[in-house]
Design a protein. Structure first.
Length: 232
């Protein structure tokens, strides 16, 4: 069974893990500071690259765990990282774009049923289904980073509901982990300094990267338990 505990331990115990978290937190920290200061021109230039970096870290983490490597985080090979980022755009860009456009179009459909909040419920259902499809496509692609795997619709349709259920159980566990770790640090900074302290903001930036890695590890476990079984 997929374990957040295992994902956390392996994400922290890896060699040079702290150094990698420190480095990958730099763009996150810069993006937040730019947004905080209202420098939106620079923010809109840096933030998309930061998002792409985080998405690439997620994909590489899924691949590393799924292929049985003894490490989770990306290596220091920047060329490999850039190639993974470009391949991710080519592989997942179209299916994500189509899914988002389809979601917007479907949510614009008016539901002629006199039930309170029916439109909101319908909208949530649409995005949950499409979100599970996009996430499953990402997981299937990340295993070996083959572009065609992202469009294995039979495998995606057979696995997306299992992935959705697993994610529903994963989110509360991740919240608890962050509450115990980051919540304690936040309390100390709130008491002795302020939550606007740059050191605390940087710690939060590192925590965001760590959460991405933990999520990648967990998704790789779900790939083994759900998608691989559906494929067989």
């Amino acid at each position: 069974m997929a374990s957040v505990k295992d994902a956390l331990e392996e994400s922290l115990s890896e060699r040079f893990a702290f150094i990698k978290y420190f480095i990958y937190a730099i763009p996150v920290f810069i993006s937040y500071i730019l947004f905080l200061k209202g420098n939106m021109v620079m923010f809109y230039m840096i933030a998309p690259l930061t998002f792409l970096m985080l998405a690439t870290i997620l994909i590489i983490a899924i691949r590393n765990v799924g292929t049985g490597n003894n490490y989770v985080l990306p290596t220091f090979n920047i060329i490999e990282f850039i190639i993974s980022a470009i391949k991710a755009i080519l592989a997942l860009g179209p299916i994500f774009a189509i899914s988002i456009i389809a979601g917007i179009m479907l949510c614009n459909i008016n539901i002629p049923v006199a039930i309170p909040n029916i439109q909101l419920i319908y909208t949530i259902i649409v995005w949950v289904i499409l979100g599970s499809i996009m996430l499953t496509s990402l997981i299937v692609y990340s295993k070996e980073e083959r572009i065609l795997d992202a469009y294995n619709f039979i495998l995606i349709s057979n696995s997306c509901m299992d992935i959705l259920i697993a994610i529903i159980f994963f989110i509360p566990q991740l919240v608890i982990v962050n509450g115990l770790l980051l919540g304690t640090i936040a309390y100390l900074f709130w008491v002795f300094f302020t939550l606007e302290n740059p050191v605390f903001i940087y710690i939060c930036s590192m925590a965001l990267v760590m959460n991405i890695v933990i999520t990648g590890h967990y998704l790789a476990q779900m790939d083994y338990e759900n998608i691989a079984r559906a494929k067989n």
